[in-house]
Design a protein around this ligand. Structure first.
Ligand SMILES: Nc1nc2c(ncn2[C@@H]2O[C@H](COP(=O)(O)OP(=O)(O)OP(=O)(O)O)[C@@H](O)[C@H]2O)c(=O)[nH]1
Length: 409
């Protein structure tokens, strides 16, 4: 058989075998590669598993130097035994609010007399002008009566005053302006009641702090008056503890505390809406522990229902009196509310035994005669009067100085 015929066939067979070997080799390489890949450990998670529970801290964890810590240079590193740099830490300067020195109480009414100018014009000057008329006829006396009524003196006191004036003018005969002024002054002072005890009782017979409860409708100036009274007492050399028993409004307690801080008086307060009686109790307790001269208790004055008010004030009073009797119960009335003020006075007098009245806002009214009317209504003296929003605009009430201020110079 000739060799030339089988040559090309053999070439093809050889080529096919070579290709088969190469393909098999490549395939087996791929399989091994993929097996290797599958056997590699899974890569660590990029971020810690936040769903896992937090690991317990281990001893020494905190000792690790945080990466963020700046590298220290050799100069900054302490050598053992070397002098440690002394870093003196300045204590933070906490500035205590400056304690104010309130104005002395003596002569306050005289200083503030000009504040009564509206009452002065309506009452004092009005009456003096009428009395200076040439003929004091019936009409003039009626006008005098009207003037007194308009200034809220009240019906009964007005009639008394007019009667007495008429009588004395008739008896006296002569009527110089000075004489008339003198007569009016005397009669007004008599009407105001110079003999009444107007001391704000802050001394306790048993030697503990005097306990003063301040009551009145919200908005009359009750909290402000409690704060101002604290100043009056501090000005007279007393130490005072304030009880913010008006827990109905948190702002009222803040307001009282601010008043106290200004004169260095400690304020006892409770949670908003808390029990007023327990605040009052604590205030008296702390006042005793601190050996304070006086404890002033500011109360809430919601007049929604008389029963509610009675319950609340009655409870405060009872709870306080478990420790010591009340020395003073001051009713705060807004002089600008006129007859409404008298209605309030009646309600409060039924609830607690009022021992003194504070008439506020007398600076903004022509109705200074309310002093006379309210005393008549309650049979209780006006002890303090408010003549402005300033911290020391609360004056002890002095009948003579008051009448002089009404009549002007
Ligand atoms: N012009 C004048 N304003 C006064 C006087 N006394 C108090 N006031 C003002 O009356 C407003 C009411 O006073 P407060 O002391 O907040 O009244 P409150 O009765 O305690 O009422 P609550 O705080 O709601 O319980 C305030 O703006 C006081 O500055 C006063 O004698 N003259």
């Amino acid at each position: 058989m000739p060799m030339a015929d089988t040559g090309p066939v053999m070439d093809i067979v050889i080529l096919a075998v070579v290709i088969a070997v190469v393909v098999l080799g490549a395939l087996s390489g791929l399989i091994v590669g993929s097996r290797r890949k599958k056997s590699l450990p899974p890569p660590p998670p990029a971020a810690p598993d936040i769903t896992a529970p937090p690991a317990e801290p281990h001893v020494g964890d905190e000792a690790e130097t945080p990466r963020e810590e700046p590298r220290r240079t050799i100069e900054e590193v302490d050598l053992p035994g070397g002098p440690a740099p002394v870093t003196v830490e300045e204590p933070p300067i906490v500035e205590a609010p400056p304690i104010e020195i309130p104005e002395p109480t003596a002569g306050r009414l005289i200083r503030l007399r000009a504040r009564l100018s509206r009452s002065q014009n309506a009452l004092g000057k009005g009456l003096l002008t009428l009395l200076s008329r040439e003929h004091l006829d019936e009409d003039t006396w009626e006008e005098i009566e009207d003037t007194l009524l308009t200034a809220d003196v009240g019906v009964q006191p007005t009639q008394e005053l007019v009667e007495r004036l008429r009588e004395r003018v008739k008896v006296l005969g002569t009527r110089t302006p000075e004489e008339l002024r003198g007569l009016l002054r005397q009669e007004l002072i008599t009407l105001v009641g110079p003999e009444m005890d107007r001391t704000v009782h802050t001394e306790n017979a048993a030697g503990g702090p005097g306990i003063v409860m301040v009551v009145g409708v919200n908005g009359t100036g009750k909290t402000t008056t409690t704060g101002k009274l604290a100043r009056v007492l501090v000005a007279d050399g007393n130490t005072v503890v304030l009880g913010a028993a008006d827990t109905f409004r948190a702002a009222a307690a803040d307001q009282l505390q601010t008043w106290g801080e200004r004169v260095g008086a400690h304020t006892v307060r409770g949670p908003e809406g808390g029990d007023p009686a327990s605040v009052a109790f604590d205030a008296v307790k702390e006042g005793k522990e601190m050996a304070a001269d006086a404890v002033l208790i500011d109360t809430a004055g919601r007049l929604h229902t008389k029963t509610g008010l009675m319950d609340e004030l009655g409870k405060v009073k009872r709870v306080v009196e478990k420790q010591a009797p009340l020395d003073e119960v001051l009713l705060v009335l807004d002089a600008t509310t006129g007859q409404n003020g008298l209605v309030q006075a009646r309600v409060f007098a039924e609830v607690v035994d009022i021992t003194g009245i504070v008439l506020t806002k007398l600076d903004g009214t022509a109705k200074g005669g309310i002093v006379i009317a309210v005393q008549r209504e309650l049979g209780v003296p006006v002890k303090l009067i408010g003549l402005g929003e300033g911290a020391d605009d609360l004056a002890p009430f002095e009948p003579e100085a008051f009448v002089d201020a009404l009549l002007g110079d």
